[in-house]
Design a protein around this ligand. Structure first.
Ligand SMILES: [Zn+2]
Length: 197
């Protein structure tokens, strides 16, 4: 018993002393980014959007890890993909199109647009996380054929829920700008409906 208690105490000490330097404290463990621009938007989204906070919290306990990065998409300015991984934790990648040969996209120019798109893609991540049968490209397509609709490109799908999520986040961000008279944290919960039904 004494050994166990000591071990637990040591662990708590190690966690509390190691945490601040070991990883960025504002970036939740299962939703990650190596891109400075996306990382900053995610932090801002976590601060200003209750919907983003709830999505990240649900992904954090869902046994999936997602990387939010800059990259190409066959359709649109954001896309969510399954990355083949040998372990039991499913790995996902979200690409955001920040630049094209024509220049910067609205995602790079407007912070709110990127936060809304992050929320949109995290909704897709949550949809995938909620279905344990999704393990490869075929089962992924099966899921989105069931819950969504095809969008242009043969392997591109969309869901009404994700589209609604980005709209609601944009509305939420309008009520949580720094110039809002009331504190941003308290009134945000009531500004949208059924984010995680
Ligand atoms: Zn979508």
């Amino acid at each position: 018993m004494a050994t166990k208690a000591f071990a637990a105490a040591t662990m708590i000490l190690a966690l509390s002393t190691g945490h601040p330097r070991a990883q960025a404290p504002e970036t939740p463990s299962n939703v990650r980014s190596l891109n400075a621009h996306v990382k900053a938007a995610l932090s801002d989204g976590l601060r200003r959007s209750a919907i983003v906070r709830e999505l990240v919290a649900s992904i954090d306990v869902a046994g999936v890890v997602v990387y939010l990065e800059e990259g190409p998409c066959a359709e649109g300015v954001g896309c969510t993909m399954l990355v083949p991984s040998p372990g039991s934790i499913r790995l996902l990648r979200v690409n955001f199109v920040l630049r094209t040969p024509d220049g910067a996209t609205p995602l790079l120019c407007r912070r709110e647009r990127l936060i809304a798109q992050i929320g949109h893609e995290l909704q897709h991540v949550a949809e995938i996380a909620a279905d344990a049968s999704v393990s490869d490209e075929e089962s992924l397509s099966d899921l989105f054929r069931r819950i969504g609709h095809q969008r242009g490109h043969a392997q591109a799908f969309e869901t009404d829920r994700a589209q609604r999520t980005s709209q609601l986040i944009l509305e939420e961000l309008r009520t949580t700008t720094p110039r809002t008279r009331r504190p941003a944290s308290s009134p945000a919960r009531g500004t949208y409906d059924e984010p995680s039904r």
